[in-house]
Design a protein around this ligand. Structure first.
Ligand code: FES
Length: 157
């Protein structure tokens, strides 16, 4: 009778250890899959359209994607975030004034996203642009912060 109890205990302990090790391996495997998935979501390319759709010197809203596509006088492009760099309100481009205005505290920005009037102190964020076969793609996943505008931020076809 005593021998049967020992075998049962040994068997139970062995199964418990195997179960714990298996659960640990499943946990590690699931976490590896999660981390792999996170690194794949690093870009979200939005097809804005063919470059010929956009006239030089004009600014086009993409409200649902929360950016403006600014085509500069020299033909280059900037994808400018609608989020004000002061406290995050949504800026709007006023064609009549040729600038972005923030309705919350009256900051103003030019077509390059540079600050024209405070309280904002940094230029509007940008989104990276790629142009393939004449079509514009804007990566809306990650806004690029910047203190000021410089010409290296412009994308050309
Ligand atoms: S949030 Fe835009 S000026 Fe304050």
């Amino acid at each position: 009778m005593d021998i049967i109890k020992k075998i049962t205990r040994r068997s139970f302990i062995k199964k418990a250890i195997i179960t714990l090790v298996s659960l640990e391996l499943v946990y590690v495997f699931v976490n590896l899959l999660k981390k792999g998935g996170e690194t794949k979501v690093s870009s979200n390319l939005f097809a804005a359209g063919d470059i010929d759709l956009f006239e030089k010197g004009r600014v086009y809203p993409f409200s649902t994607e929360r950016f403006y596509l600014s085509r500069l006088d020299d033909g280059g492009f900037l994808a400018i975030s609608t989020k004000c760099t002061h406290l995050g309100c949504t800026v709007q481009f006023k064609n009549s004034d040729n600038k972005f205005l923030c309705p919350c505290h009256a900051s103003a920005f030019n077509k390059h996203g540079e600050v024209l009037a405070p309280p904002a102190t940094s230029a509007l964020d940008l989104y990276n642009i790629t142009i393939e076969n004449g079509e514009i793609f804007v990566d809306t996943a990650t806004p690029v912060k910047r203190a000021k505008y410089n010409s290296s931020q412009i994308t050309y076809a």
